[in-house]
Design a protein around this ligand. Structure first.
Ligand code: CKU
Length: 605
């Protein structure tokens, strides 16, 4: 059970939520002495930095961009006097990868894991009607005891350096919004919803958790603000007559309002937009509201220039416009749970989201995309430290599901990305994470994990855990690229035939396929990295997809070019984007648009 509520901060009649985004004081703790030097009481210097943002790409010094260790943030915080007697929290959308929060010099809380929210209960630590000092220590070091996995090494000059086991830059800092919130003592802590469609009507089954014993009532309003259902009690069912369902690109959002009452007096009110829809896997189909859906879209990243992985509201808007333009209906939050605003937008726009926890790099390699293609095996889950990793991983799953379960857009949970699955030691680990997701989600949404290229029908010990088999495949790129593409197709079909022979009666989804392509490069005839080759690669890949009925979706890697660690395989980042990093189309975008606009929602249904 989580210590703090994961509900998105909102101002209501009983609640206050004040965003603390803006410029914060910032200090890079190069000597690692901040704790000892009393930074908790105030940090040195006068440097200011924006929140939310990754700290890395603002500065001109490489030592800052590549910094591994503690960075410190500070700001003043005025807490209104009328809040005395309430619960007062600082609510961080995320702090990557771990943080300690101090108020007026006192340590309030710590949090591990860089992509999910947490609260610091500062009720007893603040001075009311006065300024207070908030200091946050954020650490970005990678290890195999937390997700995402990697190592931190020390260079001969004594500097630490992050070595990710994953293919995206280790952006960090306060990358999401921070709120100051005030809640009544008795408040809505959490709620769960589940749906049943019965002809024209729908049933909404609910459970509400509050921090007290008073009566709870629920109201449901339609988009015109008309009340369409109501109910009393902490659990129950509401009937919605003539329910408007939440559909792909036709998202109808009701507004659920939960109130805690003491007689006629209101104690707390919390409201959220919800969508009535069901999700289910049946045989090889993915069903939305009982109807088959074929997933078209992307593996994405939260990544843009200057702010890095910092939530960027403008980039979010542009990305949704591009996804609509190209005919996509879905995306995977590779390789970590995204900012909450992105799920709110997906709810509004009617996009299907596969929500992925940050369990990436569970394959001991600095270039897993290359080494897994070569068949390398690492027995990752046999380490002495594996139980520590599992604990962190399970906590992140709990936080993710609790945070995101009531978004209609979330149709599946991705519990790992490209783990090592060829050793028996992976099996008990997988069992724990898959069981946990099932237990926590009242909607029992399908669970999956993205399978690396060495996880094959005859080598992977873990695919039976998946409700949707999700493959990351690069035939024609990491395997037999360029003029050998005909060989790539043979190998690709060979693998798919082997899956077919297993007759798993489950849907298959491509969560990755793609080819690095320079948005500036044309070459006739094609060479790898040219735009012509990206199109050739896609044509071959799509032909294979269309040859197998059990393939029920394609999410290309990646939506846009993104930053990675520097190295000989990455030209200032991963260039597999269909769009450039500044969100302009490569030629392949037009090819995908033609294909996806032409595929029916229930293609192969
Ligand atoms: C991608 C086996 C494929 C793993 N996949 C992971 C993703 O994070 C990488 O960016 C490969 C790639 O482009 O190599």
């Amino acid at each position: 059970m989580l210590e703090n509520s994961m509900l998105y901060p909102r101002t209501t009649v009983s609640r206050r939520a004040v965003p603390l985004d803006g410029m914060w004081k910032f200090w890079l703790d190069e000597n690692g002495t901040g704790e000892k030097d009393g930074f908790a009481d105030g940090i040195p210097g006068k440097d200011l930095i924006p929140v939310p943002a990754s700290f890395q790409d603002f500065y001109t010094q490489k030592n800052i961009r590549e910094f591994a260790g503690d960075v410190w943030y500070e700001r003043d915080l005025f807490v209104p006097g009328e809040w005395e007697g309430r619960q007062v929290f600082l609510r961080f959308g995320a702090a990557t990868h771990r943080a300690a929060v101090y108020v007026n010099g006192r340590k309030i809380t710590e949090h591990e894991g860089g992509f999910l929210p947490f609260c610091a209960d500062i009720t007893g630590a603040v001075h009311y009607d006065a300024d207070n000092k908030v200091v946050v220590k954020v650490n970005n070091e990678l290890a195999v005891t937390n997700i995402p996995c990697g190592e931190t090494i020390t260079l001969p000059d004594g500097r630490k350096m992050n070595k990710p086991y994953f293919d995206f830059f280790n952006y960090s800092g306060l990358q999401r919004s921070v709120f100051l919130t005030a809640l009544p003592k008795e408040y809505v802590f959490d709620f769960d919803l589940d749906y049943e469609i019965a002809g024209k009507d729908a049933f909404l089954h609910y459970q509400v958790r509050t921090t007290g014993e008073h009566e709870t009532v629920l109201w449901l309003y339609d988009e015109e603000g008309r009340q369409v259902a109501a109910s009393a009690g902490k659990s129950g069912t509401m009937k919605v007559e003539n329910a408007r369902l939440w559909r792909v690109h036709d998202a109808y959002l009701y507004r659920l309002v939960i109130r805690i009452l003491d007689g006629d007096a209101l104690i707390d009110e919390y409201g959220q937009e919800i969508g009535i829809r069901t999700v289910e896997v049946k045989g090889t189909s993915i069903l939305l509201n009982g109807e088959p859906v074929y997933l078209k879209g992307f593996g994405k990243h939260e990544d843009s220039s200057i702010v890095g992985r910092g939530f960027n509201i403008g980039v979010m808007k542009r990305d949704f416009e591009l996804m609509k333009w190209i005919g996509a209906n879905s995306f995977r939050t590779a390789h970590y749970p995204y900012s909450e605003e992105i799920y709110q937008m997906a709810d509004r726009e009617g996009f299907l989201v596969i929500d992925e926890v940050a369990a990436v790099g569970l394959f001991e390699s600095l270039m897993n995309f290359m080494e897994a293609s070569s068949g390398k095996k690492t027995a990752f889950f046999k380490k002495e430290t594996t139980p520590i990793l599992l604990k962190a991983h399970k906590k992140a799953i709990e936080e993710m599901i609790t945070r995101d379960k009531n978004h209609p857009c979330v149709i599946a949970w991705s519990l790992l990305n490209e783990p090592e699955t060829t050793d028996e030691a992976a099996v008990p680990y997988f069992k724990e994470v898959f069981d946990l997701a099932h237990e926590l989600d009242v909607q029992k949404r399908p669970r999956t994990f993205a399978m690396i290229m060495n996880s094959l029908p005859d080598t992977c010990k873990c695919y039976p855990f998946s409700d949707i088999i999700a493959l990351n495949r690069y035939y024609g790129w990491y395997v037999s690229g360029g003029y050998e593409i005909s060989q790539a197709e043979v190998l690709f079909r060979k693998e798919m035939d082997a899956w077919k022979a297993l007759d798993l009666n489950k849907p298959f989804l491509f969560t990755e396929y793609g080819a690095d392509t320079l948005g500036t490069e044309h070459k006739l005839p094609s060479v790898m990295w040219s735009q012509e080759y990206q199109e050739e690669y896609l044509k071959m890949t799509h032909d294979v997809f269309d040859s197998y009925d059990f393939i029920k979706g394609e999410q290309i890697w990646n939506f846009a070019d993104f930053q990675t660690t520097e190295g000989i395989l990455r030209v200032n980042g991963n260039k597999k984007g269909v769009f450039t990093r500044d969100r302009q189309p490569k030629d392949a975008a037009y090819l995908l648009r033609r294909r996806w606009k032409g595929l029916l929602e229930g293609f192969k249904g």
